[in-house]
Design a protein. Structure first.
Lengths: 128, 410
């Protein structure tokens, strides 16, 4: 086993740390259609998303609240940004690898839940 | 001081992971070769079911299994009929909760502490929902110790159940004091020794507890095995937990009578290799010496605190103790071989990943004490916990990794 498998400097590069310190879309939507909380019991990452759809069912606005590690906060920032303007069908098709594309790295097994927490919350919210 | 280089050589994991700095011993310890060999000996040379066959091999297997029970009993100063093999601490605590609470009613109470592991919390909460009794918690002082001036124990207290050492904080609880207060009101005392059994000598007679439980895998033994100690008179009053083979004296189509202690509680073919491995782990621990282990880990903790205190924005979540000493049975002692901490502005999970990059294995999160973390207003902590193979070098590597994390996040 090598401990060099993760590019730790890419993982914690400045843009990721910037999103951790200043997350995108971290706001409380007063006017929203659906709300969903997701929780990762392993590390305590906690995210609640609120989504407002337009008449055609595409995401008009989205906000998230909660606490978490740098990976989860960066991922939820990027994912909430990516779903804006997308329809429900399109969002439902998104998966783990889309999150890694946004982050520009893959995470090790133990961090998968951190990276995908925001997407899971959004996809569950669509089922309401 | 232990010769950690020599000890480390007895653990095959370090041959396969040469750079591993293993500081997650409170979660599970590594396995020495002697434990693996003992289990292999059973599988290769003694494999048969126990208490059943009339053939010689079954007799030899039974003998190994029962000798393992004797080893556990000797280790904690109990009688062999008072030691039940379980799958681990969680099994032991569930067996007790399901059994002991059956006749509890509204107005009764069970006293726990704020720092219990989920295994010594959730079973009691679930039973309280069924039977209507109250679950009380001994509060913590600002120094993460039990508020012993207000134990909430009264004439309606039926059980007092607590961890000997907190897995999340490292606090050693005043076991003898709690047991004696419980005894005064006629309450049953239960000690969760999962975090103490490999780190300090345990004597159930000196403690005078009614029950004591622990897991094998936190004491250099295999996973899936543990033990429940109970005073004979207490165990005799308890009903079996699992019904089936090996726990029966006589079975009819309309009922059954139970085997004698301790087999009444060991329904089904048990984890035979696990029990044998646990006994080997006990021999391993005894050979090094529990007092020597306690002194070594105490020294490591003191050194770690010294190193960690110099790290920017780091706060230790546990008793403040400039001179941690580990006295017999936990009385007057300061802290176990566990350090929990947070660094302002860096999530515990991120710290753990940066440490992992250097081969340092620590636990990050709530440590199965979610209510405690909420009580303390924390998302979680990073936890470093020590064992017999750890050295000052491991602490230095941990401290270097933490400085790296602080630098990355600044």
């Amino acid at each position: 086993m090598s401990y060099e498998t993760t590019d730790i400097d890419n993982l914690y590069r400045e843009s990721i740390l910037d999103l951790y310190h200043h997350p995108l879309n971290k706001k409380v939507l007063a006017d929203f259609d659906v709300e969903q909380r997701e929780y990762n019991p392993l590390c305590g990452d906690d995210v609640t998303v609120r989504i407002k759809f337009d008449k055609r069912g595409t995401v008009l606005d989205i906000g998230h609240q909660g606490t978490g590690c740098a990976i989860s906060q960066a991922a939820v920032s990027l994912v909430t940004d990516a779903v804006r303007g997308k329809g429900k069908g399109e969002i439902e098709k998104m998966n783990e690898s889309d999150v890694y594309k946004l982050l520009e790295f893959e995470v090790i097994y133990t961090r998968r839940n951190c990276a995908t927490l925001g997407l899971k919350a959004i996809q569950k919210a669509l089922c309401h | 001081m232990l010769d950690t280089k020599k000890i480390k050589k007895q653990f095959p994991i370090f041959k396969h992971h040469k750079d591993l700095v293993y500081l997650d011993n409170a979660s599970t310890t590594q396995t020495p070769q002697v434990v693996i060999d003992a289990m292999n000996f059973y599988y290769e040379q003694r494999r048969a079911n126990i208490h059943r066959g009339t053939y010689q091999l079954s007799g030899l297997a039974t003998q190994l299994y029962e000798e393992s029970r004797d080893a556990v009993a000797d280790f904690i100063n109990a009688h062999d009929t008072e030691v039940i093999f379980t799958s681990g601490a969680t099994h032991g605590l569930n067996l007790l909760a399901y059994n002991l609470c059956k006749n509890f009613k509204v107005g009764d109470n069970v006293v726990l502490t704020r720092m219990e592991h989920h295994a010594n919390l959730v079973p009691w909460i679930e039973m309280s929902k069924r039977y209507g009794f109250e679950v009380r918690f001994v509060e913590l002082t600002s120094d993460y110790r039990l508020l012993t001036t207000d134990l909430s124990i009264d004439d309606h207290t039926k059980i007092v159940s607590f961890c000997h050492i907190s897995n999340a904080l490292g606090t050693i609880n005043p076991a003898r004091e709690l047991i004696s207060v419980a005894k005064k009101v006629g309450a049953i005392s239960i000690v969760d020794a999962a975090q103490s059994v490999a780190h300090t000598p345990i004597d159930v007679k000196a403690l005078d507890c009614d029950f004591l439980i622990f897991s094998g895998h936190k004491m250099y033994g295999p996973t899936g095995i543990g033990a429940l100690y109970g005073k004979k008179e207490r165990l005799e009053k308890l009903d079996p937990f699992f019904f089936g083979g090996d726990m029966i004296k006589e079975a009819r189509y309309d009922g059954a009578t139970w085997a004698d202690l301790p087999w009444k509680f060991e329904g089904g073919t048990p984890n035979i290799a696990g029990a044998i491995g646990l006994a080997a782990a006990i021999r391993f621990l005894t050979h090094i010496g529990l007092d020597q282990i306690a002194a070594h880990e105490s020294m490591l903790r003191a050194y770690a605190i010294e190193q960690l205190q110099g790290i920017k924005n780091l706060t230790i979540i546990g008793p403040s103790n400039p001179l941690p000493t580990f006295h017999y049975q936990g009385e007057d002692s300061r802290c176990g071989p566990i350090i929990s901490f947070v660094i302002d502005g860096i999530h515990p999970h991120d710290i753990a990943q940066i440490l992992d990059h250097r081969g340092v294995a620590v636990r990050a999160g709530h440590h199965c004490t979610m209510p405690l973390m909420n009580y303390l207003g924390l998302d979680g902590t990073v936890r470093a916990s020590f064992g017999v193979y750890n050295s000052k070098y491991d602490i230095d590597t941990l401290a270097d990794g933490l400085r790296d994390a602080v630098k990355k996040f600044s």
